[in-house]
Ligand binder design. Structure first.
Ligand SMILES: [Zn+2]
Ligand SMILES: [Zn+2]
Length: 230
């Protein structure tokens, strides 16, 4: 698939193909980027903005990071530098992206792989401009604090268009909803509480940080899933 092919999921919301974790652009007065993918995807994102959306880098006004993990924040510094956008993240994850606190390394073999991965993908810290709290409004979205996967994980809720950007709090792939990967989630119990919190919202569409969009009846499916949790 060419970079210039449009990936408009719903009117005004695009997903940039081949950027993992998933990276979304919301069109408004200015463009809003939700997550930035692994390092090395800045060019892909800006090509999409230019070729498909007919925009220039400075049209991106806000970059919202759902949590500090490298597969969501990997291009935040470069994009902030090139676009002049404001970078927003929950206050509890801010010190990790700012490079003030070291990102925790998972235990065991995964930890070893993670360390190699970190050497391979050099993370450039970025100083957040906006520190988010539960229920804050940002670019027309409500910040829902959903700790567990990381302490500052958030979902972004648009009650008007009934859309939820789930970050890594919920996954959707192969027709199945799931919680975050336990290997990368230090507090699963808290993450499950967060899923129950999100299950209380009303939305049709769920846009996860990994997997594919869930395009209908999403909150109903999240409620069903939350009932299967301890
Ligand atoms: Zn992720
Ligand atoms: Zn994550």
């Amino acid at each position: 698939m060419q970079c210039s092919e449009s990936m408009e999921i719903i009117p005004g919301v695009h997903q940039i193909d081949g950027v993992n974790g998933n990276c979304y652009i919301i069109m408004g007065d200015g463009m809003v980027l939700v997550d930035t993918g692994l390092p090395g995807n800045t060019g892909k994102i800006l090509t999409y903005v230019h070729d498909t959306l007919g925009g220039i880098p400075s049209d991106i006004e806000t970059i919202i990071l759902t949590h500090y993990h490298l597969d969501h924040t990997g291009n935040a510094y470069e994009l902030w530098d090139i676009t002049g956008a404001k970078v927003a993240i929950h206050v509890d994850d801010a010190d990790y992206v700012a490079g003030i606190r070291a990102m925790p390394v998972p235990q065991g073999l995964i930890g070893l792989l993670y360390r190699m991965f970190k050497i391979f993908f050099k993370f450039k810290p970025v100083q957040p401009d906006i520190l988010l709290h539960d229920n804050d409004q940002i670019a027309g979205l409500t910040c829902i604090h959903t700790p567990g996967h990381t302490s500052g994980s958030i979902c972004l809720y648009d009650p008007k268009f009934r859309v939820l950007f789930a970050g890594d709090t919920l996954r959707y792939s192969d027709g199945k909803l799931g919680g975050p990967s336990p290997r990368f989630t230090p507090d699963m119990e808290q993450a499950e509480q967060s899923i129950k919190k999100v299950a209380g919202l009303e939305f049709d569409i769920l846009l996860p940080g990994h997997g594919v969009p869930l395009m209908s009846g999403a909150s109903e499916k999240v409620r069903e899933f939350s009932l299967s949790l301890p």
